[in-house]
Design a protein around this ligand. Structure first.
Ligand code: CUA
Length: 333
């Protein structure tokens, strides 16, 4: 298994280097990190191999024709034209055979992927919004955003929906692309064999900030995942520190509450990302910025400088209120 994984990784890196020199670090479908993505990569390699052989063959025939122009008399009238065999064989029989092989392998791949539907370790509801991902754990009863935690080595069931337009959920190293469609739920099974952070993105043009609609899948050892679930289920207690208490008051008294929720407070809107454990997340604005204090301040006061056209209005606050608000949000671990 480990050898197979290493071989796949080497192949993926080779393909990457050959085709797109400079894609180092980018998530690649040819670097599968789970069983579903591995089946899809196998299909890709089969199609690549067939296409390469056919391309080579056609180029060979072309070279032969160029360098060996046919001489001699044309066939006498009434005789069948020469080369009929090549046309029937190469133009009808071979394409039919190749398409049949690809069709058969595609069906087999689809069946193999469908077979991963089993008792899930966890079910996660993912909803695409312009331009961020709502992530809900229905059995545990909490919502987060842009970061999906899963237990490594276990099958996970994702229920994909959209709140507005068609988006497409894609984490190349773990599974194939699946559309999120308004009014319809698509189901996706995935598994990450090893703990790690896998980058994903929206893969269907969905408006101005389609390019900044990223997400992370964080695969953790089961006990670490369990601890994360328990921590996310807790509502943060009302702060006793005066600065944080003021920050909470600023939050609840500003426009923030029209879009965001923080459990344990009166802010319950679901229009924007749930901020209950904002400080525990790695990015801001669906992958637009690293989640740091300075970036958070910039994001709140001028989100359109980072992500023009996004739905969050700038929040105008005096320096002290902003300082308190950021201290409060940063405390939401
Ligand atoms: Cu959402 Cu593109």
């Amino acid at each position: 298994m480990r050898g197979e994984l290493a071989a796949r990784r080497a192949l993926g890196v080779l393909a990457c280097a050959a085709l797109l020199s400079g894609c180092a670090g980018a998530p690649a479908a040819l670097n599968p990190q789970g069983p579903v993505a591995a089946r899809i990569a196998d299909l890709w390699w089969l199609m690549f191999a067939l296409a390469a052989v056919i391309f080579g063959g056609v180029m060979g025939l072309l070279a032969f024709a160029l360098f060996h122009p046919r001489r001699g008399e044309p066939e006498p009238p009434g005789e069948p034209a020469r080369g009929t065999g090549l046309i029937v064989g190469g133009g009808i029989v071979m394409p039919a055979a190749v398409l049949l092989v690809v069709f058969g392998f595609t069906l087999w791949t689809m069946t193999a992927i469908a077979a991963y539907a089993r008792e899930p370790a966890v079910t996660v509801q993912v909803t695409g919004h312009q331009w961020w991902w709502e992530v809900r754990y229905p059995e545990q009863g909490f919502t987060t955003a842009n970061e999906i935690h899963i237990p490594a080595g276990r099958p996970v069931r994702l229920e994909l929906a959209s709140a507005d337009v068609v988006h497409n959920f894609w984490v190349p190293e773990l599974h194939g692309k699946v559309d999120t469609v308004p009014g319809h739920t698509n189901t996706l099974w995935l598994q990450a064999d090893q703990p790690g952070v896998y980058r994903g993105r929206c893969a269907e043009y969905c408006g101005t900030q389609h390019a900044r609609m990223e997400l992370l899948v964080v695969a953790e050892p089961p006990e670490q995942f369990q601890a994360w679930l328990e921590q996310q289920q807790q509502a943060p207690p009302a702060p006793t520190d005066p600065l944080l208490a003021r920050g909470r008051q600023v939050f609840l008294g500003s426009a923030c509450v029209y879009c965001h929720a923080i459990r344990g407070t009166n802010a319950t809107s679901t229009f924007g990302p749930d901020l209950t454990h904002l400080a525990s997340r790695r990015t801001l604005g669906a992958g637009a910025l690293e989640n740091t204090r300075a970036n958070l301040a910039g994001w709140i006061t001028n989100p359109h400088s980072v992500k023009p056209g996004n739905r969050m209005p700038p929040v105008v606050l005096n320096a002290e209120d902003l300082h308190a608000l950021i201290a409060y949000l940063e405390s939401l671990e």
